[in-house]
Write a protein that binds this ligand. Structure first.
Ligand SMILES: [Zn+2]
Length: 364
């Protein structure tokens, strides 16, 4: 048997979190509108109201002709672009981020037991398989040759974050700097995360990002609905203000101007890690033609990856073959001809339970 001795880079798309109930981008605004219809239950009630008024106003405004206002990616990109060009209503950006966050929060069903968080089964399996295979590899090849695996995700939800924290005793390796713990998987959230916060309080000059999550499984009393139960009570360690947070998420299509060093660092590390990869496993990512900057990151990473031996794509393709073809096109233009390509028609949950361990550990 040939073992995988180098780094595996996992790339997770929205399909990987679909089983948690987190809405896919294509259905996202429909889910947000469902919440807006029951405003009495909402933490960010006024933001929902403002945002849907804004979207409906845009619809009536003939100037916005090329934008699909039912598509969250387009609407989110528009609000960020308006902020950058200082156009009317720049504050919508902060409000839209809250609407997106609360929608993720409400629909992502993380299971709570009677007194504590019980975990999200598929992500728990994923995190523990990675830890187990990583430990076996380290024992086999030795500490000095060992490189931890990397998980690159496009998702905002925190289901996998909580699973990693459970598996790695309170540590999650977001890689905000290049100095990171070498023993646990690197976790790069390219579009941000609903638990990444920076203080908005007037006069507070602390631009550090916080990511309050419980450190121990025993503390996981209310990690679900993070913004309702955790962020609203979380106090800025610099200015003591409670709950006045900007949520650090960016639209999937947005990459024109990077205003923040954290995102720059994360994206650069994604390219660097792809170049170091021995294999890349895509799960639940359909490689849509509109994701041009992700294709760019992949092409950049793949073209300079001397160690790469295998690429695996795990996806349920409703378009019957078009996802497969898009990947084949991308790899034929950017990866070497001797890299093996495997396509598995499976969802994240089934894959984590059946094939993941074998793919992570060895070649067929
Ligand atoms: Zn502050």
């Amino acid at each position: 048997m040939n073992f995988v001795n180098g780094k595996t880079v996992y790339i997770l798309g929205a399909g990987a979190s679909a089983h948690t109930g987190t809405p896919l981008m294509s259905k996202f605004l429909v889910s947000s509108r469902q919440l807006a219809a029951r405003p009495q239950d909402l933490r960010f009630k006024e933001d929902f109201e403002t945002i849907f008024k804004w979207i409906d106003g845009l619809r009536a405004n003939r100037r916005v002709v090329d934008i699909d206002l039912d598509n969250i990616e387009h609407v989110f990109s528009l609000s960020e672009a308006m902020h950058q060009t200082r156009e009317q209503g720049t504050y919508k950006r902060v409000q839209l981020r809250r609407v997106i966050t609360e929608t993720v929060d409400r629909f992502c069903c993380l299971q709570n037991g009677p007194s504590h968080y019980t975990g999200e089964p598929a992500y728990d399996v994923f995190a523990s398989e990675l830890a187990q295979v990583g430990q076996q590899r380290r024992d086999r090849i030795g500490e000095t040759n060992y490189r931890p695996d990397t998980i690159i995700t496009f998702n905002y939800d925190i289901a996998l974050d909580l699973a990693l924290i459970k598996t790695h005793r309170g540590i999650v390796n977001y890689c905000f700097s290049s100095e990171t713990n070498p023993n646990i998987p690197r976790y790069l959230k390219l579009h941000g995360s609903i638990n990444w916060l920076s203080c908005m309080a007037r006069g507070c000059r602390d631009a550090s990002w916080r990511f309050p999550l419980p450190a121990r499984p025993a503390d996981f009393k209310q990690p679900i609905e993070f913004h309702i139960n955790t962020a609203s009570r979380y106090q800025c360690p610099s200015c003591d203000t409670v709950g006045d947070w900007r949520i650090e998420i960016v639209p999937p299509t947005w990459a024109k101007t990077v205003e923040n060093n954290h995102f720059q660092t994360i994206w650069q590390q994604a390219v660097d890690d792809l170049r170091l990869a021995e294999q890349i496993i895509f799960i639940g990512y359909s490689l849509p033609p509109s994701d041009s900057y992700i294709r760019y990151i992949l092409a950049q990473g793949l073209s300079g990856s001397p160690r790469l031996r295998r690429i695996i794509v795990v996806d349920i393709d409703p378009e019957k073959g078009s996802v497969h073809n898009r990947y084949k096109d991308l790899f034929s233009s950017s990866a070497r001809g001797d890299v093996a390509f495997v396509y598995r028609s499976e969802n994240f949950r089934d894959y984590s339970h059946s094939q993941l361990n074998g793919d992570a550990a060895s070649y067929e």
